[in-house]
Design a protein around this ligand. Structure first.
Ligand code: FES
Length: 172
């Protein structure tokens, strides 16, 4: 047999080189058998399946939060087209309750989605207004309709029950 440079090499020399580059003899054939490889692949698949099932289970548990009601105000105390400011969910979180019709209330976080200034109800213009940079939000949806804000005001779910307005909060 010839090398790339044209010189002949003996079979023995070739076997020695081969032994250096691939130092496994026939007796090492059992080191990694097909059966071992297959067993390893099955175990790896099982581990991946178990990890995926575990993550799915965690997601399921996270979705099983309960909803607690927190009292805001009596419905009679807010006139149609009127507003009530309250703190939600914490004491430092400004929130807005609007009475749009006789039986329709909506509530939003009162923190502007632009740079977090307080948002107020402007009854003359019938808009939610942020005075910092003239941001304007639509009262029915909380969507931004003018000024720099691009995201809607976060909505707070509310429920009327026995003449009382409640905010629905998630509890873990
Ligand atoms: S902070 Fe409200 S418009 Fe800028």
């Amino acid at each position: 047999m010839k090398q790339a440079d044209g010189q002949r090499i003996s079979n023995r020399e070739r076997a020695e080189r081969w032994a250096v580059e691939f130092p496994y003899g026939w007796d090492a054939d059992d080191a990694v058998s097909r059966r071992h490889l297959l067993r390893w692949a099955v175990m790896a698949s099982g581990a991946l399946f178990a990890a995926t099932a575990g993550l799915a289970g965690l997601g399921f548990l996270r979705d099983r939060r309960t909803v607690a009601m927190r009292q805001i105000i009596s419905a009679d105390e807010v006139e149609v087209g009127g507003v009530h400011y309250f703190d939600y969910p914490g004491q430092d979180n400004h929130a807005i309750l609007l009475r749009l019709t006789d039986d329709r209330f909506v509530a939003y976080s009162g923190k502007c989605t632009h740079l977090s200034c307080a948002v107020y109800w402007n009854s003359d213009r019938q808009i939610l207004h942020c005075p910092c940079h003239e941001g304007v939000f639509e009262p029915e949806t909380g969507d931004p309709i003018a000024g720099p804000p691009t995201r809607p005001l976060p909505k707070i779910a509310v429920r009327q029950d026995n003449g009382m307005i409640y905010a629905l909060e998630e509890a873990p």
